[in-house]
Design a protein around this ligand. Sequence first.
Ligand code: HEM
Length: 581
Amino acid sequence: MIDSKHFLNGISNTGYLTAAICAFGVLIVWKLISAIFFSPLSHIPGPLLTAITPHYINFLSALNQRTIGTYSLHRRYGPIVRVSPTEVSVLSPEAVREVYSSPHYAKYAPLYSMFGHFGAPSAFSSCTREEHGWRRKAVSQSYSLSFVLKDEVATGKVLQAVKDYLNFVESDRRVDIYNANTFYATDVVTGKIFGSEASMKTLAGNEAHREIVLGHYDRTGRVPTWMLLELPFITNVLEWLAFYRRKAWSWVWGGEVKDREIVARIRKWSWDAFMDAKSNSREDTIAGRLAKLVREGGSAEGVWDDRGAIIAEGNDTPQSGSFGYSTSYLTLLDYWVEGDDPIITLNAQKRLHSELLDAFPKSAEISGSGWPHSMDVQILPHETILKALNLPYLDAILKETLRIYTAVPIRLPRVVPPSAATNSTSSHRSGRIVEGKFIPAGTTIGAFAYGIHRDEVFAVETGEKDKPGDVDSFLPERWLINGGVEGELTPDASAKEKQRIRAIEARLWAFSSGGRNCVGRHVSILGMKLLLVAIYSRYQTRVTPNSGVKVTHNRWNDRRTFRDVLPFLGVDGVVTFTPYE
Ligand code: HEM
């Protein structure tokens, strides 16, 4: 027999359960409806899913497709796109100006705070205007074009690294290009900050320095950035488990736990180099000048101590500076040797070689110092450096490389400021108008070079019927008036061409724009151009398949977790340098 009391209880329990399920269903439906129709970003174009969940874009990140995926959304929805319930992506020049030229848009802290050192923000990782202003001011003069040139004429630091690179190449001529370029970038940048004596000497063969630099790139267990941002708890638990697994492994089998230690080593190296500059009063170096600021008691805005000074400069350098630098330079040689169309690539090399021979004839009397054919010089005169910087075809190649294979193609996220700093507010809400649309304060917003660099402003006709100009191909000629053949143009056509070039130069965003643009861009360009002049006046370069040379770091693959644009998948990174006759 059924107990009637129990039976009634059963009914009421089922009723409660059904009611709870219904309420939950209604809540979900309401959540969906409000996300799609009434959420603060519901008026921004984008796929429905991006109004409901951040995991659409997270999923793309997990597939290393975030940048390309966002670019596809822009092609479909236009210059402003919602990529998650709290984030929009923009591409138009007006939107980029609004976001990156205004000091009120802070950097997106969850991402940038990962790049701090010694527990404090650096010039790169500081987010707000207050944190950033004094740090930038302390270093910006040392990175100005005039200072960079003066410094190079006086010290020949970059030239020394170029010579070391050529010696490195000459020792085998089949070069692991990833190592060579990272070494070069590190030697140049540390030389710039700490001076030639105290710089890293990786190319010249200092094994301890090499180990630090390669170890830094080789960190095991690198966690995808998007996971740290979006799933911090799970990621930290996994990291913690992985750390103890490695530790347990090392107890059982011996060996060291490399991961964090290698980061500590690069920091320690920077710290020691800074302290050395301080105690030896190396005021002709950037580190020395910062140390002097510390000695003199600091600046009005910022609290200076050794920690502040090294953060403002020293640690940004081997880590973020040399990384950005080497990646762009890497891309250049990689593209050159392997590009989509090897014929174009070889033709470009030939064209550059002949430009270099015209500018720097082999006769020492004409070229002044005999450089770049002879490396028997300690410093380069100012005019020689300027000549190298102003070679039109070399410049076009560098710009095209920075456009299409840029070192930082990914989004540079900022946060929309509250109404006190707004250009236009509604009476109820606080935020800014971007691309004609109201974006509430607190929304994450960003542009990305990969998308900007594929703007139709870059599309030029090649003049060949079967090869219409497009934005994806590597075509240095697009940076030259009429492809470098100016004489054939009417004055009108020439004026039009000049206007076109001005427009694409204004759109190049490899170093970002506004008050947070790359402080190291002049050093980078000088370093890349002097090296390219030296290499391509002597050698042709080609990728060597199955070379038998052990590639220690194929960073295109390493970067799967860090960047999501992989132009050279499968390239193993050994390059053969063949001297011109
Ligand atoms: C080809 C080489 C390089 C490229 C393409 C590059 C690109 C960039 C980009 C896109 C930014 C903006 C990042 C953001 O807003 O999130 C940036 C910032 C920065 N870069 Fe570079 N960079 C290069 C080389 C260097 C070098 C050699 C140094 C140092 C010597 C350097 C130091 C910095 C610093 C300190 C910032 C932060 C500036 C600030 O916020 O005030 N970069 N770089």
